[in-house]
Design a protein around this ligand. Sequence first.
Ligand code: HCA
Ligand code: CU
Length: 387
Amino acid sequence: MSLEQFAIIDTTLREGEQFINANFTTEQKIAIARKLDAFGVEYIEVTSPCASPQSFEDCRAIAGLGLQAKVLTHIRCHMDDARKAVQTGVDGVNVVIGTSAYLQKFSHGKSIDAIIEMAIEVVTFLQSHGVEVRFSTEDSMRSALPDLFRVYEAVDALGIDRVGIADTVGIGTPHQVYSLVKELRGRIEADIEFHGHNDTGCAIANAYAALEGGGTHIDTTVLGIGERNGITSLGGLIARLYATDPKLVEKYNLSQLAELEQFVASLVQIEIPFNNYITGFSAFTHKAGLHTKAVLNHPSAYEALSPEAFGLTRNIHIAHRLTGWNAIRHRAQELGLFLNDQQIKSVTEQIKSLSDGQAISMDDVDRLLLDTQHIQPVGEGIAWGGH
Ligand code: HCA
Ligand code: CU
């Protein structure tokens, strides 16, 4: 039943800071945190206080903002880090250590037994400071299952709040993520968080599969920014959930998504991609005649998501050779013109021929319609309005 109960942990201020162009000032971090809070994410994760002196101060500043969202920081499984984390005033601490053979060998050199020993010490220490605690296994999808379960079961036995599965290199498929979460759900009591990278384009699908398998918390960033090509995007997850059932995301202020994304995009100097979920510039543009006809009759005919729900509008694109006469008739009505079907069809043919040779604009379409109106014989048409 996690689809009904999930929470979003937005990590734009931690994973997002690992995006190549991210170099947020304190003021920018605070502005992002406030916008995320206004959007309604349940958690905001910020960079480790151990990363740099300013990171420590920023973590403290954000923890002290009095946001609705809980503020988490993210640390290595190390007592020095844990001691620093509890000095920042955060609500919770996300602890991580690699469990795959790659990371055991090339990152920290620790055995699974040693990892469990450190985990117990760090988690117990954090619990004694009254913060929410999560323990995650970095590179989970390439870790041996018996190792993963041993680690998760050891921290679960401590009464930990949450464990995390991290698809650190974005290699998992939805089916694999679903199976892993499902199996884990049957073994432990704690909540289950999923953090998925997007190297192979599955980050949103994997996050959704995690929820279907019984996961409770999903990591996102605004526009999916993060290390390499990033993780599950906040807007993408929202789109996926909205399409399943708008009620699942009614707890969020959906009309603020576009502004939040614009803000972060400008800070990290990127354009919002044309094919972005919800806010891409063509996300609600309908073009082919077959589509525009049905959308004008009933938008859901070709829309899984309603632009209005996100404070956006749809665009009916008709100035091209794939256009259809129903959409041209609709445009004539918008212009206050009354043309009969034969005239509309004739204008449609003219638009198609014209745009076979060159790109044409909406002005060209309007001019053809207006010209047709002017040449029609007296008594055959009624002008509805000025133009
Ligand atoms: C990283 C760490 C992490 C941590 C995820 C988590 C990952 O590689 O920078 O804490 O669950 O992707 O493994 O972002
Ligand atoms: Cu990550």
